[in-house]
Design a protein around this ligand. Structure first.
Ligand code: PLP
Length: 396
């Protein structure tokens, strides 16, 4: 009989020739457990998803309640489904006034696709700008706005009319013109290795978009939902987007994404043609119930308020001659090492010693630190001891 691992390799499509092949049986809070009951502390939250931890009891309770009522009823946008309505109402109550209309989808990439379509349709313009080193997802449109040639070159032709500016480059903002429908920017770049832009640049970006009538799409799929120490990452910069993208942590561990805008802009999807964007599963009632519960946990347990001191503790602890830099904001951090080989060896040793971390798609010399926001200071100390031991093992 084949083992689970052998079956995984035989029947589940593979995305690399070297998958991690870790097997977990259950997860709770900041921990994941393998079949032998060994605990692994999750410092990456399944890549920015488990902001309220794995299986928070209130999230599980809300999911179970909804399971007892209904699952899928109809494609998005026709029936009045309580979890969708309540979650949208809650999100809107926490967002600036112009972000009042929530279009729920099922993933980050789908939010990106919907937002680019919306911007083109609303503005009547064809051109789209994005940033170098960006990551917005893996579908054709999202791949078109990815700022890394390595991952796109063999998938061309992609979307026409897409150009790139350098993230955080003032002069490049002049490339935003009267013919630019939208510019899509990660509020804090994730897969580039956590790059935080200057406040002045973000404000100049907003101003240039206003001057040219270009819609500013902020992708907070990774940076949103409290991860950076504010509920919305754009709050750090004193600006607001025209379209906000959320996913990952939005569903509390369930697949959910959203693009959010004003009623006026979103209204463009309603006619010429009608049904400008269609999704069968977008805003699935069970996912919305889980997402709302997770957002309530985030707020009720005041998890976001704890983020700055946890960031400070991580920065205090992660000091070693081999660490070149700790970059980022809140619990969205990158630990820069000399090169990928060293980073990979350290990551492998951390995992073997029960600490889950990884590297970034466009930045292989840096280690990702993005734990659930409810990680305790004691757990941070324990995890950092393992990281420092691994760094010391290969460099001292
Ligand atoms: N945007 C950002 C900033 C991301 O980090 C990701 C995923 O890592 C996406 C979009 C795509 O999200 P998904 O994988 O849900 O399609």
């Amino acid at each position: 009989m084949l083992t689970l691992r052998q079956l995984f390799l035989a029947n589940n499509a593979q995305t690399t020739n070297f998958p991690l092949l870790l097997e977990f049986e259950r997860a709770e809070g900041v921990y994941m457990y393998d079949a032998e009951g060994k605990a692994f502390i999750d410092l990456i939250s399944g890549i920015g998803v488990s902001n309220t931890g794995h299986r928070h009891p209130k999230v599980i309770g809300a999911l179970k309640d909804q399971l007892d009522k209904y699952l899928h009823l109809m494609v998005y946008g026709e029936y009045v489904q309580t979890p969708q309505v309540k979650f949208a109402e809650k999100l809107v109550s926490l967002l600036p006034q112009n972000l009042e209309s929530v279009y729920f989808v099922s993933s980050g990439a789908e939010a990106v696709e919907g937002a680019i379509k919306l911007a083109k349709r609303y503005s009547g313009r064809a051109n789209v700008l994005a940033c170098k080193n960006s990551y917005h997802g893996s579908t054709q449109g999202a791949l078109s706005v990815m700022g890394n040639e390595e991952y796109k070159q063999t998938y061309r032709p992609l979307l026409p009319g897409v150009g790139f500016i350098e993230f955080n480059n003032m002069a490049n903002l002049q490339l935003i013109g009267d013919d630019t429908a939208c510019i899509i920017v990660e509020t804090i770049q994730g897969e580039a290795g956590i790059r935080v832009p200057d406040v002045e640049w973000m404000q100049a970006l907003r101003a240039r978009c206003n001057e040219t009538g270009t819609l500013l799409i902020l992708d907070e799929i990774q940076a949103g939902m409290g991860r950076t120490g504010k509920l919305w990452a754009f709050e750090h910069f004193g600006i607001e987007p025209d379209i906000l993208l959320l996913a990952k942590a939005l569903g509390g561990g369930m697949p959910l994404g959203a693009f959010i805008s004003s009623n006026e802009i979103m209204g463009a999807l309603k006619d010429n043609p009608i049904l400008g964007h269609i999704t069968t599963f977008g805003g699935h009632p069970v996912c919305c119930a889980g997402g709302l519960a997770s957002l309530e946990v985030l707020l009720d347990e005041q998890l976001i308020e704890t983020v700055p001191q946890k960031e400070a503790l991580l920065r205090d602890l992660l000091v070693h001659p081999a660490i070149k830099q700790v970059r980022g904001k809140g619990l969205m951090l990158a630990v820069e090492l000399e090169n990928f080989d060293l980073n990979k060896k350290i990551i492998d040793r951390c995992i073997a010693n029960g600490v889950i971390t990884d590297w970034f798609l466009h930045c292989s010399n840096s280690m990702r630190l993005a734990p659930p926001l409810m990680i305790t200071e004691e757990q941070i100390r324990g995890a950092c001891a393992v990281i420092l031991e691994a760094i010391g093992f290969y460099t001292d």
